[in-house]
Design a binder for this molecule. Sequence first.
Ligand code: PLP
Length: 510
Amino acid sequence: MGGQPLYLEPRLKSRLRSLLHSPELLHTLTDALGSPLNVVVPDQLADNLDQFRSVYGAHHLSGQVFLAHKANRSAALLRRLAATDAGVDVASLEELQHALGAGLTPDRITATGPKNPEFLWLAARTSVTVSLDSRGELEQLATLVRKHALPRTRILLRLSGFEASGVRVLSRRSRFGTAVRESDALLETVERHGDVVDLVGVAYHLDTTSLTEKATALESCLRVLEECRSRGLRPRAVDIGGGFGVNYLADGGQWERYTTELTQAVLGTRPPLTYGGHGYGLRNEAGTLRGTLGLYPAHRPVAGARYLDELLSHPAASLDGRPLAALLLEHLYDLHTEPGRALLDQCGLTLTKVLEVRDQEAGGPLLVRLAAKADDVALEEHGVLMDPLVVPRDLTSTDTGTGPGTATGTGPGTATGTDAETEPVAVHLFGSRCLEADLITRRTVFLPRRPEPGDLLAFVNTAGYCMDFHATRAQHQPVARKVAAWQEGDTWRWCLDDQYWPTTPVGGAQ
Ligand SMILES: Cc1ncc(COP(=O)(O)O)c(C=O)c1O
């Protein structure tokens, strides 16, 4: 292998690290339940929730944290959530049914996203709060409530198209939500249907990492709430959606180095770093670098609850630079959040079995075929570049430890064994579909040792969107099974995902 390996070691917290230190269990599970196999760790969700709650506490704010259900289909995660005091954001009829069945009461559910009449009906019937995207949707709900004599429905108005005082900026176009400049007409419609809808407040969800963009949106929402009050409406909350992000990588230096080398590879000043010279959005135009890097910022120290903290601490332009949290407090508004990815940080991993390891005649990266399709491990789909960890089949020949710096980690290996076994290797990871494009990742991945058929590659931190959001049954291949795992003392226990209830673990979820 030419040059230094370019590792992108995953950030691992203690639960996933401990699970990876149980290779026999991981092999037993995949032997019994097949590859790929998703493992979720519901107790981590409760810990992540505590972190969000402590940010609310630090800013003296009340309100609810709603898990964005779409990020993972798991029953176990939802039931574990039901055992906390958090809520859930559902974006389809089926997610709503799932949430109700998991024990989440309607006061802890918000219905968002595109809605068909059945979804709207069940939400209104069960007194779930409905986040409305448009005036048309509001009219539709009001008609439905009257026609079916449903209870007066609590609503949020989702807004978009925000502008920073006078300047037409910041928030990108969205097909969701009503443009904030059209909020007058929207509020008139709310007033007209006041007998069947109760305005709880306004909402936004912006798919951006930009704090300023979100701060602008929040201030703008607060101005609309003032307008509501001046009309005699009684709004009490602002829902700032999700998008708090995850820090996937352990080492910022590795990320910097990787992206720099990728740039050089695109320019042709170093050997390629991807299959077929893919540039992840970058291209070489006559020696000049063009395009934009279309990758998730995988090393992201300010993510999750910390990102919320920074947003709430962000100076509000309309408050002489005092923090946004003060603006919320001053008006006694509840703050609602809908984290998906961030609340599922470190909540699961995807195990895939190595089927074939092939040397290329002309040299270059090994071709490694996995018993999984690209859509079973959708890290690449989300632009997240992160190394898998090798969990060797033969537990006697190597150190079975996992994590950076150990045999099965991605860092410089410390395994015993022959040089061929312990030398870092460059690999291309292929899926099991008969398509040239079925690459688990287009990136050349560096592993601390040559994998063998029968070994597992563990893709960690896949619970947010990367586990089941994109999974298909293409070629009649099954979608991955899912298990829930939890710790009893030093021992890991598990059950099938749909068998998990908060009473399942001895001692139960608190
Ligand atoms: C309305 C809404 N809320 C919350 C989320 C969750 O976003 P994230 O997983 O980035 O936190 C989404 C994601 O699409 C969304 O559309």
